[in-house]
Design a protein around this ligand. Structure first.
Ligand code: ATP
Ligand code: MTE
Length: 175
């Protein structure tokens, strides 16, 4: 079975074509290096508008049945940064450990890591994870949290993801 993974870029300027979205493709590139089980990206690009972000998240989880949805952008303190609010609005439960770990890891690279309000949560059987907008932040954040992602998806009764352990070491507690 091919696992669907949603990739949602939230950016006013990329949506308007003022720059190319580099962060969505960086998520695809990073996941391609990690995953050894078959998967397929379902990509969306929206402006920093809460209703549009919520709608895209709901479509990716409910209609596309993505086991995992990764967002990039809109996590900061600026007025139009509302990705964490949209995530919380569509989730049944929040997973604050993801944001905590990603900020801690990002602090090794930039002192402004604490400006990201990135979070994660569960909508039905899907895990949603927020990443900052900067293309460089993608791998830095995913390297930190991805070891726990396949087991989280197991607990949500989703597909069994396997990874290349020369690239990323996934952890599943022994039953
Ligand atoms: N999806 C993206 N693709 C390429 N570069 C990006 C992307 N998102 C952010 N960046 C880069 O990171 C910088 C800071 O990102 P930030 O999220 O603050 O964007 P922004 O200034 O809020 O604007 P916008 O929402 O229009 O992307 C941007 O100026 C841009 O250089
Ligand atoms: N790993 C990493 N995390 C990072 C950054 C970065 O460059 N690398 N940028 C920070 C900055 S400058 C901001 S404003 C916040 C929010 O970014 P966003 O609004 O693009 O999501 O993420 C922070 N987290």
């Amino acid at each position: 079975m091919v696992t669907k993974i949603g990739i949602l870029t939230v950016s006013d300027r990329a949506s308007r074509g003022q720059y190319d979205d580099l962060s969505g493709p960086a998520i695809v590139d990073t996941l391609t290096t990690y995953l050894s089980s078959p998967w397929q990206a379902v990509y969306r690009l929206v402006e920093d508008e809460q209703p549009l972000i919520e709608q895209a998240l709901c479509e990716l989880c409910d209609d596309e049945k993505c086991a995992l949805v990764i967002t990039t952008g809109g996590t900061g303190p600026a007025k139009r940064d509302v990705t964490p609010e949209a995530t919380e609005a569509v989730c049944d439960k929040m997973m604050p450990g993801f944001g905590e770990l990603m900020r801690q890891e990002s602090l090794k690279y930039v002192p402004t890591a604490i400006l990201s309000r990135q979070t994660a949560g569960i909508r039905h059987n899907s895990l949603i994870i927020n990443l900052p907008g900067k293309p460089k932040a993608i791998k830095q954040c995913l390297d930190a949290v991805f070891p726990a992602v396949p087991y989280c998806i197991d607990l949500l009764e989703g597909p069994f993801l396997t990874c290349d352990d020369t690239v990323i070491q996934v952890f599943r507690p022994k039953s």
